[in-house]
Design a protein around this ligand. Structure first.
Ligand code: ZN
Ligand code: ZN
Length: 513
């Protein structure tokens, strides 16, 4: 991960809904435990509640929607089908919303992170020895069988809440809150998902790691349900934390979403603080609300790759980017006009059409493009290096092709280079900026905040260009994080007032004497 230093507003990307199995799409190959069962269906909520809170009622759809509407008056929960078929529960806008408007801001019901504070309370001494054995593993514990894994810490949070419900010494308030959180937890959706790893093995590992007194208040079956809810609904921040949201879990997915999750803060996000979902564009009353579970750059890939990721979560995406729009993430250089705008006319199509000159590539050129793409996918030999460089290979991939963009993204994440490489760095940023806009079909997108910021940092020797990027950065800030933009403006104003204007006044007063 890039340091907060080199990528000041990395937090903005927030990594969205980093669901458990998305892990397979991410680069770090840390040992992972898949937590999803093949045959568990949506209706296991009741079964779970009977185990977790035997003396409490399952929340009805009415109760769930009332709770959601209490969290935000912008939201309405709707139901399609009976919960087992159809698309189930989904959120719609109760009123028209402006881009950047906060739709809902809520604290996680449960969260886990790498400090292992909750893990330390429920896992056995033997298991906690891992904390001593691998003190420097923090960066790699995401989803690992390790007390510092945010996922395991989050499981601990759920079990601690369950323990609290029967804790006679706890106040009624605290016990009531624990009951409510567990009821909310049990009401979250689970989708039937496929898993390649042995799910039962995960449960067995977890069970074996529990302190004996914790084993008494739970069961293997219950742990299975808990893991499944976590895997279907988790949000995360770069492998450092896992959050389980209530209203936030009910956003639909779209690769062309109308909402996003994120903050403008430059420090690392506060895992148990409120999570804020905002409008990505103007939204009409009654519109279905969606976020992108993958986010940029993860979702910037071929439709086929996204479909594979979604299949693991048990759904297929039918957004315009997945079914009808030209696949701009697979752009080639047009042989007719030379622009890098030749792309499959629909997702997955082998007919390549240029978005600039509208010409359809002839069959043999299209075949060469697709062959080159397939070849680079088999042996990813840094396609970015090929862009604009002399090479024996024909230069077929356009600079917005996802293979190029991901290579560039890695370079940019490494932070600012030496001054002699700054011009190349700026070019990379320009490509990434273009890519975000073309895939999202939005000129202004929160992911651009970070890119414009880096562009401004990299142009310190050219004040005009730097000013241009700072203005663009500020415009994104104003659109998507108006409160933060206001705060920054106020801060600058007060600095100006404190420093510059004082001198003439002092001089004037001095002159009076
Ligand atoms: Zn889609
Ligand atoms: Zn063309």
């Amino acid at each position: 991960m890039a340091s907060a230093e080199s990528v000041p507003s990395a937090a903005i990307l927030a990594r969205g809904r980093q669901r458990y199995l998305a892990a397979t799409a991410r680069p770090s190959p840390a040992q992972r435990h898949a937590t999803t069962a093949r045959d568990m269906r949506l209706d296991c909520g009741r079964a779970l509640l009977e185990m977790v809170l035997p003396q409490h009622q399952e929340l009805s759809f009415q109760e769930v929607s009332q709770m959601v509407e209490k969290i935000s008056s912008n939201l309405r929960l709707q139901m399609d089908g009976n919960g087992k078929e159809g698309k189930g529960r989904y959120l719609v806008a109760r009123c028209a919303l402006k881009a950047g408007e906060v739709i809902v801001s809520e604290r996680p019901i449960f969260e886990g992170n790498t400090d292992a504070q909750k893990s330390e309370k429920i896992y056995s001494e033997a298991f906690l020895e891992k904390l001593q054995a691998t003190p420097d593993m923090e960066d790699d514990v995401d989803d690992c069988f390790h007390p510092r894994s945010p996922l395991m810490d989050c499981v601990a949070a759920v079990l601690l809440s369950k323990q609290l419900v029967d804790e006679k010494s706890a106040s009624a308030d605290i016990r009531e809150k624990a009951v409510l959180n567990l009821q909310k937890f049990c009401s979250l959706c689970r989708s039937p998902v496929q898993s390649t790893t042995d799910y039962n093995e995960c449960v067995e590992d977890l069970w074996g790691a529990l302190k004996p007194e914790l084993q008494e208040i739970t069961s293997r079956e219950e742990l299975g349900h808990v893991l499944q809810i976590l895997s279907c609904n988790r949000f995360g921040h770069g492998g450092q934390s896992v959050q389980l949201m209530f209203a936030g879990s009910m956003f639909e997915h779209s690769c062309l979403p109308n909402c996003f999750l994120g903050t403008a803060c430059t420090a690392s996000p506060n895992a148990d603080g409120p999570q804020t979902y905002r409008a990505l564009r103007d939204i009409e009353e009654g519109e279905v609300l969606s976020i992108d579970y993958l986010n940029f750059p993860l979702g910037y890939c071929s439709m086929t790759a996204r479909a594979e990721a979604f299949q693991k979560w048990g759904f297929t995406c039918s957004c315009p980017r997945c079914v009808e729009l030209p696949e701009v993430e697979r752009s080639f250089n047009c042989a007719e006009c030379g622009e890098p705008d030749l792309c499959p006319c629909r997702p997955g199509s082998s007919v390549l059409q240029c978005l600039s000159c509208k010409k359809v590539a002839d069959v043999s050129y299209a075949a060469r493009c697709l062959e080159r793409e397939a070849q680079l996918q088999r042996e990813p030999a840094s396609p970015a290096r090929k862009v604009g460089e002399e090479s024996d290979d024909e230069n077929l991939l356009g600079h917005r092709h996802h293979l190029v963009v991901h290579a560039l993204w890695e370079d940019v994440e490494a932070g600012l280079p030496d001054s002699k490489e700054l011009p190349a760095f700026q070019q990379m940023l320009e490509v990434l900026i273009e890519s975000v806009s073309s895939a999202s079909r939005l000129e202004e997108h929160p992911a651009l905040l970070n890119l414009y910021h880096l562009a401004a940092l990299s142009t310190q020797d050219d004040l005009e260009t730097q000013k241009h990027y700072l203005q663009l950065e500020h415009r994104i800030m104003q659109r998507f994080f108006p409160e933060e933009a206001q705060r920054q403006d106020d801060e600058i104003m007060s600095l100006v007032k404190c420093n510059a204007p004082l001198k003439p006044t002092e001089a004037g007063l001095g002159g009076m004497d």
